[in-house]
Design a protein around this ligand. Structure first.
Ligand code: AHG
Ligand code: MN
Ligand code: MN
Length: 337
């Protein structure tokens, strides 16, 4: 039986990609790895212990927090505070950014933005959920408090990003701007092992992923593109197949491996869509581009958008480059109708 490289070994080996980081990024990623193991353990017990369901509290975006949302938020936050590399975080579950005001963390060079539990309404029904994270170097002076500018950096400035998918197996997938690499968790030895090195998305695919129940509200370009996906055409392998889990991490992960397109568009009622720019779309967009996929708001690359607020939402289109090109054509053609 062959012994696979572990995530820890892989990070140490790639340390030379970060000549100025002096091991800090490795330490930060290992904090994320530890938190992921703890959250994974709790998720696996969902149904046995009282951790499923709503907490009775709403987050700042008016969404019902699930017990596991809050649990995952605390675990990731505490794992990051415990190391000195991170001086502050922003999270879907926190109203404002959090400054780690202790002697060690104040001198940390990095800030982290996260969606601690993505797809949390799927927990109660045993469907895959995830954690998404995005890492930047701070821009505020070292030693002082963090400020909003640290968190509103353009997505291109990310130094690392990734997700954990708690699925039929648990995987950690990340990029530091040198390709996308996936590690599968082996619970019997408590280690993430390299299983998917240098992931690239197929140039085209057969899967489209969208919450089609909202069809009536979609912009005309998206409606026309969906009809195109459903038409018969042998040369382009249509009709495509529809797959939608309702956990962005799981939908993106499947499309990354198999080829496909994921769309969460704007509607008249929600002109910015639903997904959050800073801790959902930016990290997924960084991974997408590193894997040869595209990620846009229907027009512009997500990574070029200048954020204006912490919990900002944005329409999100990501997937295989050829499918994205066709979707863009439809959106541009029916823009004003
Ligand atoms: P979260 O659980 O972090 O709030 O994210 C849920 C998001 C995303 O994961 C998913 O793709 C999308 O919401 C599903 O929304 P709809 O139920 O509107 O399709
Ligand atoms: Mn989410
Ligand atoms: Mn969430």
């Amino acid at each position: 039986m062959s012994i696979q490289k572990t995530l820890g070994e892989f990070i140490v080996e790639k340390q030379s990609d970060f000549p100025h980081a002096k091991g800090e990024l490795s330490a930060l990623l290992s904090a994320i790895k530890l938190a992921a193991k703890i959250v994974n353990r709790e998720i696996n017990k969902a149904g046995l212990v009282d951790i499923t369901g709503a907490s009775g509290v709403e987050n700042i975006q008016g969404e019902q927090q699930q017990k596991l949302d809050m649990y995952a938020n605390e675990i990731f936050k505490n794992a990051l505070i415990a190391r000195g590399e991170v001086c502050g975080i922003a999270s879907e579950e926190e109203d404002n950014y959090v400054f780690f005001d202790n002697k060690n963390s104040r001198n940390g060079n990095y800030i982290v933005l996260m969606d601690p539990l993505d797809g949390s309404s799927n927990i109660d029904v045993n469907v895959s959920v995830g954690t998404i994270f995005s890492i930047y170097r701070r821009v505020s002076p070292l030693g002082g408090p963090v400020n909003m500018e640290d968190f509103l950096q353009v997505g291109r400035k990310q130094v690392a990003a990734g997700y954990v998918i708690y699925g039929s197996s648990t995987m950690l997938v990340f990029t530091t701007g040198h390709g996308v690499h996936g590690f599968t968790y082996d619970p019997s030895i408590g280690v993430f092992c390299l299983s998917h090195e240098s992931l690239t998305i197929p140039k085209t695919g057969k899967i489209y992923s969208i919450n089609e129940g909202n069809y009536i509200k979609f912009p005309l370009g998206v409606k026309k593109y969906l009809k195109y996906c459903q038409e018969k055409d042998e040369s382009t392998n249509r009709p495509y197949t529809s797959r939608y889990i309702g956990s962005l991490v799981a939908d993106f992960h499947r499309n990354l491996l198999k080829g496909g397109i994921y769309i969460y568009p704007q509607t008249a009622q929600a002109p910015s869509g639903k997904l959050r720019l800073l801790y959902e779309c930016n990290p997924i967009a960084f991974l997408a581009e590193q894997a040869g996929a595209l990620a846009t708001d229907g027009y512009n690359p997500i990574l070029d958008l200048k954020p204006t607020e912490l919990h900002q939402r944005v329409p999100f289109f990501t997937g295989s480059p050829e499918m994205m090109a066709t979707a863009h054509e439809f959106i541009a053609k029916f823009k004003d109708e």
